[in-house]
Design a protein around this ligand. Structure first.
Ligand code: ZN
Length: 293
């Protein structure tokens, strides 16, 4: 009899332990940080979680790797290329006019692009967005919003490979695929091209020229792709600014990248430069070139 009672008590104890364990586990699951797990993304400011499909997550990766792993901070070789191909590759506008162009790479990104567009609208400033084809296809409404709000749009390849490693065949595929995607969404084919990671060589520049594109580099790197603070990003821009500057920033990146520093730095950068009488224009306006073909 005693044995049976003891057995029953042990069973009851086991059941209680199991219930506590399961409920604790649920608690842990509820408190997990989805941003740490592959198929979820944290949306800044809203505190909501986006649940991405596998395809959407694929779009949020950069084929050539995260900028922070692949990009050289100052590709000096591009200055030599610019001297050799002045009609194809531009790194800045005229030093004689107090105009600069803000440029944003790697979007559209549902987390950052709308926030950046809101700020540009607030100051009535036009900028230039170099879009990744696969992301434009995944975020058509943001792509159209960029166009509708008067910004210039450029081709930044379909999957963001490192073209210096991949070669001209791949360049041709990436550019034409993105061209088709953007034409379907926007109704025109942009004529500006920016190489992922700014990674170029003579063969690539010649091919870009043959395809009827202007290759656009930059003269001021905000280094925002290093995920810096707003203050650091602002200082990088303002301490290197010059008339005719093409300023490199990002409205998207590898899915793990936090670009809130970019968003938050924009108010100060715009206000400081406007105080100095600087006019913000698009890249085609800065270089006096056509932006559609
Ligand atoms: Zn890029």
């Amino acid at each position: 009899m005693k044995k049976t009672i003891l057995k029953s008590l042990f069973c009851l104890y086991s059941i209680i332990v199991c219930i506590i364990f399961v409920s604790c586990n649920n608690q842990i699951n509820q408190n997990r940080n989805p941003a740490q797990e592959t198929p979820y993304l944290n949306v800044p400011y809203t505190g909501q979680w986006i649940n991405l499909t596998e395809h959407q997550l694929e779009m949020m990766k950069l084929e050539g790797g995260a900028e922070i792993e692949t990009r050289k901070p100052n590709p000096i070789s591009n200055n030599r290329l610019q001297l050799k191909y002045p009609n194809i590759l531009a790194l800045r506008g005229s030093l004689k006019e107090n105009k600069v162009a803000l440029t944003f790479d790697d979007g559209p990104d549902p987390r950052y692009t709308p926030l950046i567009l809101d700020i540009l609208k607030q100051y009535d400033i036009k900028a230039t967005f170099f879009l990744i084809g696969a992301r434009a296809v995944g975020h058509e409404s943001i792509t159209k919003r960029i166009r509708d709000e008067g910004h210039a749009i450029g081709n930044h390849t379909y999957w963001h490979p490192n073209l210096d490693k991949e070669g001209v065949g791949r360049l041709h595929w990436e550019v034409t695929q993105t061209e088709k995607a953007l034409n379907d969404i926007l109704g025109y084919r942009p004529s500006l091209f920016r190489a992922p990671y700014g990674s170029l060589n003579e063969e690539l520049v010649e091919k870009i020229g043959e395809m009827g594109y202007s290759a656009i580099g930059w003269s001021v790197d905000s280094l925002d792709w290093m995920q810096l603070t707003p203050r650091q990003i602002k200082n990088n821009v303002l301490s290197n600014i010059h008339p005719g500057a093409i300023i490199l920033m990002h409205d998207g990146g590898h899915w793990t990248m936090d670009l809130l520093g970019t968003v938050q730095s924009l108010h100060d950068i715009i206000q400081e430069l406007q105080k100095d009488g600087v006019e913000f224009v698009t890249v085609p306006q800065l270089l006096n070139i056509r932006d559609r073909k």
